[in-house]
Ligand binder design. Structure first.
Ligand code: ATP
Ligand code: MG
Length: 377
């Protein structure tokens, strides 16, 4: 039986004495009050685990006091056991209509009182454990309410799933028994399904969010997007040149999204280049601006070119696959460019290099502000 603190409210002193002796003997702590007012004053100071309440209190009677406890959010969860007369006990509707958890009737039977007290203390304890568990589970969920957290977790999940899929794909190329081939098929089907769930969830998130265009300094945006790439290039002994227009321009864009476009293109250029270098050039025109990323790398095979903007597509040759990647970077780039009413062009030759040119309006037409779309991942 769990020990608890019990508030005993009874106007008859000898009842209080007998009941409190019985309960204390079982290890409970007993607080006593002779009427409703005293009970309320005690409750202000200390919340018990259970209330044992005589219905025949002078002044505020037990039924009214119980109703008040159930109306107050601070005491609502306290289990209340009413001590009724035999006649009242027959009127169960009245007993339970005030929110009591249970009742015992006079003349009291010691074992019955203890059994009911014990049952309701256990229930209360379980309820508390459940509340604590819910609170513990709720806390991290709240911390993840921000779209950005979801996006970054989703990207990590997708990276891992893409890895699972490519590992499964590798295995498929080796000699397999029928059972093994079947298991790989299951892995692929399930991993693709989870990927689809994540992508759909992100798509709907992006579609719900209104685009947040803000006037932005083009120079600042490009410089901030390129931070760290010079080191990455240097690490591979590649040249890294940046050409910005003399005069800065104010452009109306989703800053984070355009930064991602630049980051993904430059990351590809460095990743798929083994010698020579990477050049980033920014050009402005009266209505538009362009970001051009040129590399002297592997180039893209003709058969792969039509598919590089597809989600999860990666050129299948080992020289591309030996680099880490999910095949999502250019799909995200394309979605963002379209959302900004822009265009993207590619010129490439295997063994010579690639040029990606993104052109965006300086001021997107108003209608684009009204529909979301595009998977910004
Ligand atoms: P992620 O960007 O998600 O890390 P990824 O780089 O493989 O992975 P994408 O950026 O979508 O994916 O590119 C798709 C494929 O296009 C690449 O796997 C690569 O085969 C090819 N590709 C993209 N950019 C270049 C480039 N600059 N030079 C050569 N090949 C490229
Ligand atoms: Mg990429």
């Amino acid at each position: 039986m769990p020990d608890g603190t019990i508030l005993l409210v009874d106007h008859v002193p000898c009842n209080r004495l007998q009941l409190s002796a019985l309960l204390t003997e079982q290890g409970h702590t007993v607080l006593q009050a002779g009427d409703g007012a005293m009970a309320l004053a005690l409750l202000e100071q200390r919340l018990p685990d259970l209330v044992l309440l005589n219905t025949h209190l002078p002044g505020l009677d037990g039924f009214d006091l119980c109703r008040r406890l159930k109306a107050d959010p601070r005491t609502r969860a306290l289990p209340v056991i009413l001590i009724c007369t035999a006649g009242e006990a027959l009127d169960k509707d009245r007993v339970f209509s005030v929110g009591a958890s249970d009742y015992v009737s006079n003349p009291l039977h010691a074992q019955e009182v203890l059994a009911r007290v014990s049952a309701h203390l256990s229930l209360r304890q379980k309820q508390r454990e459940l509340d604590a568990l819910r609170a513990a589970q709720g806390a991290p969920m709240q911390a993840l309410n921000d779209d950005r957290d979801w996006r970054s977790i989703s990207h990590d999940l997708r990276n891992s799933l893409a890895l699972i899929l490519s590992a499964a794909d590798e295995l498929r190329r080796t000699p397999l028994s029928d059972d093994q081939a079947q298991m790989i098929a299951i892995i692929e089907r399930k991993a693709s399904h989870v990927l689809a769930i994540i992508s759909n969830a992100l798509d709907s998130l992006a579609a719900e969010a209104a685009p947040r265009y803000a006037p932005t300094s083009l120079r600042a945006l490009v410089q901030e997007s390129l931070a760290g790439f010079d080191l990455l290039a240097a690490h591979k002994r590649l040249a890294f040149d940046v050409h910005l227009p003399e005069e800065d321009a104010l452009v109306q864009v989703e800053r984070r999204a355009v930064s991602r476009v630049i980051g993904n293109l430059v990351s590809n250029a460095i990743k798929y280049t083994t010698e020579g270098g990477v050049e980033v050039r920014v050009e402005t025109a009266p209505e538009t601006f362009s970001i051009i990323v040129r590399d002297s790398g592997l180039g893209i095979p003709a058969e792969a070119l039509p598919r590089i903007f597809n989600k999860f597509y990666r050129a299948p040759q080992p020289k591309y696959l030996k680099e880490d990647g999910t095949g999502l970077g250019l799909a995200i780039v394309k979605a963002i460019v379209e959302r900004h009413q822009g265009t993207i062009q590619v010129a490439t030759a295997v063994g010579v290099g690639s040029i990606f040119r993104v052109t965006l309006p300086r001021q997107p037409k108003q209608s684009a502000n009204h529909h979301g779309g595009g998977n910004l991942s």
